[in-house]
Design a protein around this ligand. Structure first.
Ligand code: MLT
Length: 411
């Protein structure tokens, strides 16, 4: 007997999008060791952790070194001090009531959005926007909810909701019944945000069709305009139809520190094949208790410090800094005559490639001629072809320099 693999993995593109880009960029850097690259590809932050957060981190580490305050395994769902701070600051202030056992602290929205599908049946029809954060698609491919990728770059078995310039990058409601719907708002990669009225249509759809929305709001802290909901639970009734994913990664610079949380309201119900109703919250709690042992205590202490008054002020300064970068990118590219979207309520700028260039072609042009790294839109799905994404997460100096270099290109 030989060991057999999970053949669903063979359906995937060989490399995860950001791994593929990293490989291409490393090859380029090897061939051009003197090139000073400016990385505006993967959405990785560059500003250090804020002083208030470092203080919380230090306190956590100090506690681990003393017998009276030492911590072993933490509570499955996360420490109460962090969960309470989240409820108070992120939800009560927006008129949303949540109980402690509806919040699950984790190491990232990437892992939670990838893992959540495993508590749902393989028969469910899954809808994703196109373009889309690749994790939602790949994790469903791995689980076996799709066939191989077709020539059109789509996996059969998934319902794609195109987000194009024509519809303002706002997905239309599915025309066929779907069970699970991934929505990321403000959107990665297009930077689009939905108003309360627009998001309400999705909540209403989910209620009417017994669907469940997997709402990734990792970028809510970048919202600048009024009437854009920060949480899907600001819409009445959403607790019956939505799971919400939040992250400290972009909000507070935790991409290398790792902390996030997922809200699974107790109102959420799903069914077995006999029609018996089950609590989604209990299923996720069961899954996490078996497969996850929590986030380290010092990291949860650091995350809790985000919610202190100084922490809030300091992270807002950093987010403001990135949004100056976003405006710098937008304004310059518009000045260069490019069609530019996003960057107003999100740290991502979605650019129409000039002269109908392919996404990867434009990626290569920027890499070779400006030494600027972006992310080809096609990597986010077939409707991303003809676009490229830049992030606002580099330093202001590098962002300005990138714009100067792009200005020299004849686009
Ligand atoms: C991105 O660049 O899309 C994000 O950084 C990916 C992530 O958060 O995992």
């Amino acid at each position: 007997m030989a060991v057999l693999i999970n053949e669903n993995y063979l359906k995937l593109k060989s490399n995860y999008l950001f791994a593929e880009i990293a490989k291409r960029v490393a090859n380029f850097q090897n061939e051009h060791p003197k090139a000073k690259l400016i990385r505006m590809g993967i959405g990785d932050v560059t500003r250090p952790l804020a002083p208030a957060i470092i203080e919380g981190f230090h306190d956590g580490v100090a506690h681990m070194g003393k017998v009276n305050t030492f911590k072993g395994y933490g509570p499955d769902q996360g420490y109460s001090f962090l969960i309470q701070a989240i409820i108070r600051q992120d939800y009560t202030t927006r008129g949303v009531t949540l109980e402690e056992d509806e919040i699950f602290i984790s190491d990232g929205a990437k892992s939670d959005t990838a893992n959540i599908q495993e508590i749902f049946g393989l028969e469910n029809i899954v809808a994703v926007t196109d373009p889309v954060y690749p994790v939602y698609v790949d994790s469903n491919v791995m689980a076996g909810r799709t066939d191989s990728m077709g020539e059109d770059g789509r996996y059969s078995g998934l319902v794609y909701l195109p987000c194009t310039q024509e519809n303002g990058f706002v997905p239309e409601l599915p025309k066929v019944p779907v069970d699970l719907i991934y929505l990321c708002l403000p959107n990665n990669p297009t930077g689009t945000a939905l108003t309360k009225e627009q998001l309400k249509q999705w909540v209403d759809y989910a209620k009417e069709n017994n669907s469940l929305i997997l709402f990734d709001s990792a970028y809510e802290a970048f919202i600048r305009e009024d009437n854009i909901p920060h949480s899907i639970y600001e819409i009445d009734g959403a607790k019956e139809v939505a799971i919400e994913f939040r992250s400290f990664s972009k909000t507070a610079g935790f991409t290398g520190t790792r902390c996030a949380y997922t809200v699974v309201p107790k109102e959420l119900k799903a069914f077995d094949t006999n029609g018996t109703v089950h609590s989604v919250n209990s299923l996720w709690a069961r899954r996490q208790a078996t497969k996850f042992n929590g986030v380290s205590y010092p990291v949860q202490m650091a995350a809790a410090s985000v919610f202190s008054p100084e922490g809030q002020r300091q992270i807002r300064e950093t987010i403001d800094y990135y949004m100056v970068n976003a405006a710098t990118i937008r304004d310059n590219l518009i000045k260069f005559g490019l069609d530019v979207f996003g960057g107003v309520n999100a740290p991502y700028i979605w650019i129409k490639t000039p002269n109908n260039m392919g996404s990867w072609e434009f990626f290569d042009l920027l890499l070779h001629q400006a030494n600027v790294v972006g992310t080809p839109g096609a990597g986010f799905g077939p409707s991303g072809e003809g676009y490229l994404r830049l992030t606002a997460f580099n330093t202001l100096e590098n962002t300005k320099e990138a714009m100067e270099r792009i200005a020299q290109l004849s686009l």
